[in-house]
Design a protein around this ligand. Structure first.
Ligand code: NAD
Length: 434
């Protein structure tokens, strides 16, 4: 099959590379000339484990290429995927569909045969029909169907998630489009990964409902964590005991500094907005958004406590700034709330992150970037663990403590136990919910 992938971000590039690995002929398109130049030179512009190897393999096999020329990629394609960004629109929380609709208009005039136009971007209910209308308006002769195929991959584990999904959701309305989508995903169907066929609106809704539910689960355990701190319970034990109940499950029950990233913040806001637009307030989701903001602020209070009430003049080492491990993505990361507040309060902030510096330099002005946790800890009064990268999970705590002026730790991911940290010579330890 011939596939065009519009947008080569975290979703588009991973999807394009994986589709080519299925054996399809894939052309990936982006508007950003720097990205395309890098990709054409064999460089992966984002950090995603395993992507470089899989990309090189499929480029070498002649199945995968990159271009700025959308029309060339779309001509003759059986399926065109829209995988452009849908960030929060300034001011009202709605998903900004500018990029999706611009891509749809360009696709409309470039189609040369029957094509399924598939929206992979996360888009509000009704968008696929808007895409269909826009295409028809721009090119009344176009032969096409639209399909909604929301993506559920997680950055940092994107290839495995794409190749071994819990399910593939396909919203389609014609047998012809369904057949094309079945062919696109055939290698997964043959390996018995479940496919959920729905109408367009249900597919669009599944993505928002799933993300809002996950954000709710995280926020629930974070709120329980706050109560644990007051009543003397340990949220790790509580989550373990809760998660063993098959109806609850143990995933997304890790207390931490509040959810962030490229999806949960914007998708919860967009769902709340969709609810308001239809006079069905999403009260749980609206509350989750508010509570999550409060949780991030509570994390700051913990750090201030460890600084004896005042961060001014203190040196604070921050380990991890990306929104989670194994990605360089900084979008809506908790670090973007916490670090500027520390810098603004007069602290000297020393940061280490295995992949975050490239993105982080522009986003976190005034910090000192360090090559390792030990370098960041040099002369620090407080050490904050913000992202649970593997390299921060087994630190030599004695060595860390020796490098610090006043060894105190805010472990916002509950990686360590108070006992081991204090035994290593730290003077104080604060986790989350314990
Ligand atoms: P991204 O910002 O990393 O990438 C989007 C890319 O699209 C950019 O490279 C941009 O230059 C390009 N682009 C924009 N308009 C274009 C056009 N008209 N033609 C060609 N290229 C264009 O975004 P992302 O993180 O990959 O997310 C894409 C969509 O997938 C979003 O709707 C997001 O909500 C959804 N999603 C993301 C994730 C994730 O983990 N990042 C997971 C599931 C779903």
């Amino acid at each position: 099959m011939k596939i065009a992938m519009i947008g080569t971000g975290y979703v588009g590039l991973v999807s394009g590379v994986c589709f080519s690995d299925f054996g399809h002929e894939v052309v990936c398109v982006d508007k950003n000339p720097e990205k395309i130049a890098k990709l054409q030179a064999g460089e992966v512009p984002i950090f995603e484990p395993g992507l470089d190897v899989l990309m090189a393999k499929n480029v070498a096999a002649g199945r995968l290429s990159f271009t700025l020329n959308l029309a060339e990629a779309v001509a003759g394609a059986d399926a065109v995927f829209i995988a452009v960004g849908t960030p929060t629109r300034r001011g009202d929380g709605h998903a900004d569909l500018t990029y999706v609709m611009a891509a749809a208009a360009e696709i409309a005039t470039a189609m040369t045969q029957y094509t399924v136009v598939v929206t992979k971007s996360t888009v509000p209910v009704g968008t696929n029909r808007d895409v269909a209308r826009a295409i028809k308006k721009a090119n009344p002769q176009a032969q096409f169907d639209v399909a909604s195929n929301p993506e559920f991959l997680r950055e940092g584990a994107a290839i495995d998630d794409f190749m071994r999904p819990d399910r593939v959701v396909v919203g389609v309305e014609s047998g012809k489009a369904r057949k094309v989508m079945a062919d696109v995903y055939k290698p997964l169907f043959l390996r018995d990964f479940p496919v959920v066929y729905t109408g367009l609106e249900s597919a669009e809704m599944i993505k928002y409902a799933a993300n809002a539910f996950l954000a709710t689960k995280i926020t629930f355990i974070n709120e329980i964590a706050a109560l644990c701190e007051k009543v003397g319970a340990d949220v790790k034990d509580v989550a373990k005991g809760m998660g063993m109940d098959g109806r609850i499950g143990n995933k997304f029950l890790h207390a931490g500094p509040g959810y962030g990233g490229s999806c949960f913040p914007k998708d919860t806001k967009a769902l709340a907005r969709i609810g308001q637009d239809h006079a069905v307030p999403m009260q749980i989701t609206e509350t989750v958004i508010k509570v999550n903001d409060e949780i991030k602020r509570r994390m700051l209070d913990k750090i201030v406590d460890l600084c004896d009430g005042k961060v001014n003049g203190k040196t604070i080492a921050v380990l991890g700034v990306t929104f989670k491990p194994n990605t360089d993505d900084m979008r809506d990361a908790p670090s973007l709330t916490i670090v500027p507040a520390l810098v603004g309060g007069g602290a000297k902030v020393r940061v280490a992150d295995p992949q975050g510096q490239h993105e982080g330099e522009a986003l976190l002005p005034g910090v000192k970037w360090c090559d390792s946790a030990y370098q960041a800890a040099q002369g620090a009064d407080v050490l904050v663990i913000l992202t649970e990268w593997n390299e921060f999970r087994a630190l030599d705590l004695d060595k860390l403590a020796r490098k610090m002026t006043v060894p105190r730790m805010a472990d916002l991911r509950n990686i360590y136990s108070a006992t081991e940290v204090l035994e290593a010579g730290f003077d104080k330890y604060l986790g989350v919910g314990r």
